[in-house]
Design a protein around this ligand. Structure first.
Ligand code: HEC
Ligand code: HEC
Ligand code: HEC
Ligand code: HEC
Ligand code: HEC
Ligand code: HEC
Ligand code: HEC
Length: 271
């Protein structure tokens, strides 16, 4: 039951996201990109991916197979703007780099600057400006900490096994990702069930700041014994004088289920 309800929310969310993306792409096509310009290199022209392949065979081979390459192609074809497609969409026009025989920092944009991504993913720029976010715009990490720009795993959406998303997070957040004696099954749905990793208005990039974060999976049920009582799991959580837990704060604070990522000592994830 719990799972079904959650899936329904997820489907709705996907549909909303899809509509938002469609609206965004339309507006992008008609209004033209005004906010973030593609990377520029003074005096350089676009030369196309085949030129890059002469020296960067591996990147070209990998990139051509990716969904990202196809998505970019589709968008560019719709706009009849095929120039700068592929490598040069992120690295800028490459003629001077090629003429110079290539080289680190030689007339080429390294790509680490998130602006390379924001030109097409403007919505992400907004998210990384929210109160709680990964320090990408601050230059302490880049999109590539979680996304491989050339490889298949640029897409870490539903198509990607949850385990791989969690693994990505584990590189930097071991404590939350490590195995625990008492696991919290919620983590099997992925860290992103509770965290909006591009940014959130809530502290710690939480999807919700209050008990709704937990209640979407742990339904509140009327007590069969006391008409005013509320059960979560099999445990009374409100409506009884001694168990007014819900009034004490969020499920994960106030000394309640503080071990939301799993516990080694308490099966109720208390600590
Ligand atoms: C004639 C060979 C050659 C061609 C053609 C070439 N490159 Fe390079 N490129 C290099 C070399 C050599 C390096 C330095 C690699 C290193 O130090 O690891 C380099 C480095 C780079 C870097 C890293 C820059 C940095 O500062 O870290 C990027 C990005 C890059 N090339 C993109 C491209 C793109 C895009 C194209 C096609 C438009 C292209 N290259 C064509 C030889 C070439
Ligand atoms: C979606 C944007 C994007 C596209 C498209 C792209 N790159 Fe990159 N590239 C990056 C980013 C970001 C980095 C920096 C990676 C990092 O932070 O380690 C990078 C790094 C590089 C480097 C430096 C060495 C390395 O692998 O880290 C080379 C060389 C390179 N790209 C070549 C290419 C070539 C050739 C293509 C076309 C087949 C291409 N890139 C397409 C974003 C892109
Ligand atoms: C030339 C435009 C362009 C650039 C530059 C670009 N992207 Fe994309 N990207 C797209 C399009 C188009 C899509 C598909 C629509 C969408 O999901 O927004 C996409 C999709 C994605 C997806 C989701 C893929 C999936 O399977 O759902 C990720 C992740 C992504 N991009 C990351 C990046 C990152 C990181 C960078 C910078 C290193 C970047 N993109 C640069 C055009 C671009
Ligand atoms: C801390 C890790 C992390 C960083 C940093 C990060 N992403 Fe993501 N990104 C993810 C995860 C995880 C997903 C899958 C989201 C999900 O399943 O809800 C994702 C999904 C996406 C998607 C496809 C789905 C969507 O939400 O549109 C795009 C596009 C994207 N990221 C772009 C970017 C760009 C651009 C940057 C840098 C400005 C960036 N990401 C930085 C982890 C990250
Ligand atoms: C390359 C390292 C790196 C990766 C990978 C990474 N993070 Fe982070 N994360 C950070 C840094 C750095 C901060 C900021 C810490 C700070 O501001 O003190 C952070 C902050 C956070 C915070 C907020 C912590 C707080 O106290 O406000 C959460 C939640 C978080 N990350 C979740 C994730 C998730 C989920 C993933 C996987 C999708 C992920 N991170 C991947 C480095 C990383
Ligand atoms: C069931 C929801 C949920 C899931 C799933 C989840 N988290 Fe969290 N996470 C939270 C809550 C709630 C907090 C805030 C705890 C607090 O404020 O005391 C938090 C806090 C954090 C923090 C900040 C440090 C801390 O402990 O306060 C990091 C980092 C973090 N989570 C990483 C992750 C990673 C990595 C994953 C996936 C392996 C993950 N989270 C999965 C709910 C979740
Ligand atoms: C994605 C769904 C999901 C979310 C979101 C979620 N949980 Fe869970 N949780 C589960 C599942 C599944 C179990 C294991 C089955 C059960 O005991 O209900 C579980 C078990 C628990 C348990 C152990 C139950 C016991 O026996 O005592 C606690 C405590 C718990 N969750 C607290 C939380 C808290 C606190 C939050 C919010 C921060 C939360 N959960 C968010 C799915 C979720």
């Amino acid at each position: 039951m719990v799972k079904k309800a959650q899936r329904a929310t997820r489907v709705t969310a996907t549909v909303i996201a899809g509509v938002a993306a469609a609206v965004w792409m339309i507006s992008c096509a008609t209004v033209d990109r005004v906010v973030v310009a593609p990377p520029m290199i003074p005096g350089a022209k676009y030369v196309g991916m085949d030129q890059c392949a002469i020296c960067h065979e591996k990147q070209v081979k990998d990139f051509k197979l990716t969904e990202h390459a196809k998505l970019q192609l589709r968008e560019a074809t719709e706009k009849e703007e095929v120039q700068g497609l592929g490598c040069e969409a992120c690295h800028g026009p490459g003629s001077l780099h090629v003429d110079a025989g290539g080289g680190k920092g030689k007339f080429i944009v390294s790509g680490k600057d998130p602006d390379a991504c924001f030109q097409c993913h403007l919505d992400k720029k907004a998210m990384f400006s929210l109160e709680s976010h990964h320090p990408v715009k601050e230059g302490k990490m880049s999109c590539t900490a979680c996304h491989n720009p050339h490889g298949e795993n640029i897409h870490m959406t539903a198509a990607m096994p949850v385990g791989r998303v969690n693994e990505t997070c584990a590189q930097c957040h071991r404590e939350q990702s490590r195995p625990h004696v008492f696991e919290h099954e919620a983590l099997r749905e992925g860290c992103t069930t509770c965290h909006n990793v591009h940014g959130s208005i809530n502290p710690k990039m939480l999807v919700e700041r209050d008990n709704n974060l937990c209640l979407k999976c742990h339904a509140q049920v009327a007590s069969p014994v006391l008409p005013t009582g509320t059960l979560i799991g099999r445990m009374p959580h409100a409506g009884f004088a001694v168990t007014e837990f819900l009034k004490q704060g969020t499920c994960f604070s106030a000394g309640c289920h503080t071990a939301v990522h799993g516990s080694d000592v308490n099966s109720h994830l208390r600590y």
